[in-house]
Design a protein around this ligand. Sequence first.
Ligand SMILES: Nc1ncnc2c1ncn2[C@@H]1O[C@H](COP(=O)(O)OP(=O)(O)OP(=O)(O)O)[C@@H](O)[C@H]1O
Ligand SMILES: [Mg+2]
Length: 378
Amino acid sequence: MIKFQTGKIAKAASFLGREDIVKEVETYLSMGQSVVLIAPRRFGKSSIINKILEDNKNRYKILSIDLMGIYSKRDFAEHIINNIYASIGIYGIIAKLKDISIEFFKDITNHLTSLKLSIEDISIETTGKFLKQTDEDKLLSYALELPEQIAVKLKHKYLFVIDELGEIDKFQSKNELLEKMRTIFQNQENIVFLFAGSQYALMTKIFTHKSSAFYKFAVPIDVPTMKASDFQELFKSVFYSNNISIPKDFAKDIEKISQGIPYYMVRIAQQVLIDAKLKDQINTYCYSIRAASLKVYTKEVSYFASELSKLRGRKYDFTILKALSQNINHTKALAELGVSRQNANTIINSLISIGLVQKRERYRIIDPFMQRYIKKLV
Ligand SMILES: Nc1ncnc2c1ncn2[C@@H]1O[C@H](COP(=O)(O)OP(=O)(O)OP(=O)(O)O)[C@@H](O)[C@H]1O
Ligand SMILES: [Mg+2]
């Protein structure tokens, strides 16, 4: 059965639409051209990545890292090392290397024979030495180089995915780190890269500023919002299979409220379904969508609070967000507080940079539910 789910990546049958962008990315990758997907949070980047991984698992070996949960260079390095060995069927190498036994080498040697590899080919001993390194920069350089070494021995192409690349911002000396990554990556002939990130300005800076390390390394692709037509069939079939009818414009109405952000499209439809089932209703109406949206909104409040807590101490950022939420010109709002136009621009650019605000005709808060939350804040 096809299910509604959020909070997880949209997989298999619950992955909808996106044909053009998937094809575009796959074409670039097949030419050996690395790509970076750029879109605000919840626009469906990770789902697109997952779809591409599913489509291409025979073409490439996969190495996939999400920087969201990674807090140090050592951690980053260890993730790469664990994943690269896992890609050739050796799981949990880091834990295993802490407690090496003869058995361990026997097992690995047997396994490698089936891949026509030797233990030297995959540098296990060197990896063990580097893991003992206290210098995390050296360890990370080694880890970043390892995939290409293994790809060459294995005679197989790799697709190296780094999701939430914008999180690199939290690392110490991040510019040096980016430079190091670029220097190492650009010589890797057997690896093609797929990056994704939500902080629009930061991502474009990394990939399109001439002075930036990753300048021209990957083709940037903006991930757009989604359309009612992408969801229509799914909504229909899920509701009909529950013997519940939906109005003709159901998907369109949800698109309007969620502004095409897939996360909200799914969440709202899911809530309408739950509400109808709990009340044993066989019909849903326009107001069912509004009622459901309100519930979805309420459940998101803590997410908004936590996203906005990242701005703590930056009081003018709030002034701007508040103004935008009320359709008031931000320079005007700040001028009233004696802030110059130039400073107002710097602040709005920082809000764009972290992916909360977008300029489309005018400046606006990207997430319509967050906008509502900010509007209500006193
Ligand atoms: N193509 C799609 N088809 C159906 N649902 C989708 C699709 N893309 C995204 N979604 C829905 O939106 C939710 C968020 O998508 P996803 O996690 O891929 O976004 P993201 O851009 O990676 O977000 P984040 O920045 O928070 O990591 C998914 O859990 C899913 O419910
Ligand atoms: Mg994601």
